[in-house]
Write a protein of this length. Structure first.
Length: 440
């Protein structure tokens, strides 16, 4: 519960920090409504739409309403998918408004002891430290490889957890061992003629839990003719922090990453996770009011490119790519599409794989309901969105669902498991599928 004193402080900071020009930019036209999953799945509640949330923010700024639990609930229910931004005729930067509002509330309300413990553990003690991420992943590796996982599943112990968490435990990837994570490359030569010199943003979860996908990304870049630099000093991108009201911590991680990459003489900085790439692109906005960082952030942002975009630029899709006969479909990463504006490149690559038939999924551009940790903290809404998504997935008759973000990948695996389609369908990251196609 937000106390009266906390509400007054929140209201004061809304007035001081929220961009009123951006709030007034919203014309209340409603173009955003058909694109918003929470508006649709909530039964068309205005407070769960982008237009409605902006109206609530403006009302708090103007002192018309208090920033109470209902306002906080509306903001927290948002996926942050930013599908509203490309369709907005006024070009409202809704994602920036949402992050600012969440940060003001979270920094000025009193959290319960348990919530404070979780937030401190996740945001301050775990994600900023890659060695700790490796330690946690190595524990999961022991759990998977020792037979303990099968024992836990057979014992029925997972029934003590919510259904979506119990199902998610089944679909986690086979993670690497501590030894495999210990020695990661920092410089690799291209295979064949050198075309570009790039730096790779390896990420935190991507270089631990999804390390095999990072390895596949590196292999594709080499095959495309890239010399690769992987700065050792890089860190978590900060997306999870910013989306959860920890903006100061996100800024510190941004500065660390900018410093780590700016010394390398490179053509591009490559990411392979839509969520990470989109937040990296937002570094320019994040640090715009810090003169000593703004120009450095802008230079960093100019070099960012998704793995699919550079592969198409270097004509990787013209290589001999083939797979056994199958139907494949693609689920957009919201942030890759809506923020990084990378839409056609993944499809170009997938359509180039001989032996496969590409079927475009209906509403492939709508969110799958993953949204970072949204499927954990807002599981009911997340599962509603996922169930709607799986209706369209099944219509394609696809054997393989392709994604471009780790959260989307786990969410689609979760959907496959929930629908009982594990023996008929799989979900895979696009770079893993492309490596399969090259090998074939």
């Amino acid at each position: 519960m937000i106390s009266k004193n906390e509400q007054q402080q929140i209201q004061k900071e809304f007035k001081a920090r929220m961009d009123e020009d951006e709030l007034l930019n919203c014309m209340r036209c409603g173009f955003c409504l058909p694109t918003c999953p929470t508006y649709i799945e909530s039964g068309f509640q205005e407070s769960h739409s982008p237009r409605g949330r902006i109206a609530l923010m403006k009302a708090v700024v103007d002192g018309i309403i208090e920033p109470d639990e209902d306002v906080e609930r509306s903001l927290n229910m948002c996926l942050g998918c930013r599908a509203c931004e490309p369709v907005c005729p006024s070009g409202v930067n809704y994602g920036h408004l949402l992050e600012e509002a969440r940060d003001i509330i979270n920094q000025n309300k009193k959290h319960s002891l348990s919530a404070k413990l979780v937030r401190n553990t996740v945001f301050k003690s775990l994600f900023p430290y890659q060695n700790r991420m490796r330690s946690l992943t190595s524990i999961l590796s022991v759990y998977q490889r020792s037979g303990m996982q099968k024992l836990v599943q057979k014992s029925g112990m997972m029934k003590l957890f919510p259904d979506n968490l119990a199902t998610m435990e089944k679909v986690l990837p086979q993670v690497p061992t501590r030894k495999e994570m210990k020695h990661r490359p920092q410089h690799l030569e291209p295979i064949g003629a050198k075309k570009k010199r790039v730096a790779f943003f390896s990420g935190c979860l991507m270089d631990t839990m999804f390390m095999k996908t990072n390895d596949a990304t590196i292999k594709l870049l080499q095959l495309a003719g890239c010399e690769i630099i992987i700065p050792k000093a890089q860190s978590c991108c900060g997306a999870l922090h910013a989306h959860s009201g920890e903006k100061h911590a996100a800024k510190e991680l941004a500065k660390k990453n900018i410093t780590a990459f700016e010394e390398a003489e490179i053509d591009y900085i490559i990411s392979n996770a839509g969520g990470c790439g989109a937040f990296l692109i937002d570094y320019g906005y994040l640090l715009k009011n810090e003169p000593e960082w703004a120009e450095r952030a802008a230079s960093f942002v100019k070099k960012l490119k998704d793995i699919s975009a550079i592969l198409v630029e270097l004509e990787f899709h013209k290589l001999d790519l083939s797979l056994p006969e199958q139907i494949i479909t693609y689920q957009d990463s919201c942030h890759l599409r809506n923020v990084m504006k990378t839409e056609s490149e993944p499809r170009t690559l997938l359509k180039a794989i001989q032996g496969t038939t590409y079927i475009e999924m209906k509403q492939a551009d709508s969110c799958c309901g993953s949204a970072g940790i949204y499927n954990i903290v807002e599981s009911e809404m997340s599962m509603k969105i996922l169930d709607s998504k799986m209706v369209h997935v099944k219509e394609t008759l696809a054997k393989t669902i392709v994604t471009a973000n780790p959260g989307c990948l786990l969410q689609m695996k979760l959907g496959i498991e929930r629908e009982g389609l594990t023996n008929k369908m799989r979900a895979v990251h696009i770079v893993d599928l492309l490596v399969e196609a090259v090998k074939k």
